[in-house]
Design a protein around this ligand. Structure first.
Ligand SMILES: [Fe+2]
Ligand SMILES: [Fe+2]
Length: 178
């Protein structure tokens, strides 16, 4: 059985991951509306990744025989002043989630719940990548804030954010990964 305090915080984290997914969808549609399809595609993919993170956590609780209620979440931000603002928000979000993930691992360790601590290891590694990717994207959009088409060209040319394909070390996703 996972430690009850860990389960409580993981249930909250499921909400944070779904909220992150909605926020990335809001950013994707903002760029889509602005006819910046590469930036839009990047954030549609990120939205799906966050959904998968939430459902990995759901699957972990289901496998442990613990209820995993689907939480309500706050509305995402939908209005942005310029093309840089969404990426600033995204980087803040990834840094916040990194702190949350580390706190979850710390609770598991304090409670002597080593199974849950090990479960969090994949997310710790994932957050390092996501913060680094978002930092890179921020530099790209800042450099091309006068002409976002330069960011679009860069993303296309370099295959930026195209992902590494399936990760065999990733935890299973409730309902199967999309
Ligand atoms: Fe996530
Ligand atoms: Fe993320």
């Amino acid at each position: 059985m996972p430690a009850p305090s860990f389960v409580e915080r993981l249930n909250e984290q499921i909400g944070h991951e779904f909220a992150a997914s909605q926020q990335y969808l809001a950013i994707a549609t903002y760029y889509d509306d602005d006819t910046l399809p590469r930036l839009a595609t990047f954030f549609y993919a990120q939205a799906l990744e966050e959904r998968n993170h939430a459902l990995m956590m759901v699957q972990y609780l289901l496998d442990a025989g613990v209820p995993a209620p689907v939480p309500g979440i706050e509305a995402p931000r939908n209005d942005f002043g310029d093309v840089v603002a969404p990426v600033v928000l995204a980087l803040e979000q990834e840094r916040r989630v990194t702190d949350q993930i580390n706190a979850l691992a710390a609770i598991a360790r304090q409670e002597g719940d080593y199974t849950s601590e090990q479960f969090m290891q994949w997310f710790i590694k994932e957050q390092v990548e996501e913060v680094a990717t978002m930092n890179d994207l921020l530099r790209i959009v800042e450099r091309s804030s006068d002409n976002p088409l330069l960011a679009e060209e860069y993303i296309a040319r370099e295959g930026f954010g195209a992902g590494e394909g399936a990760d065999p070390t990733a935890p299973p996703v409730a309902g199967g990964a999309l």
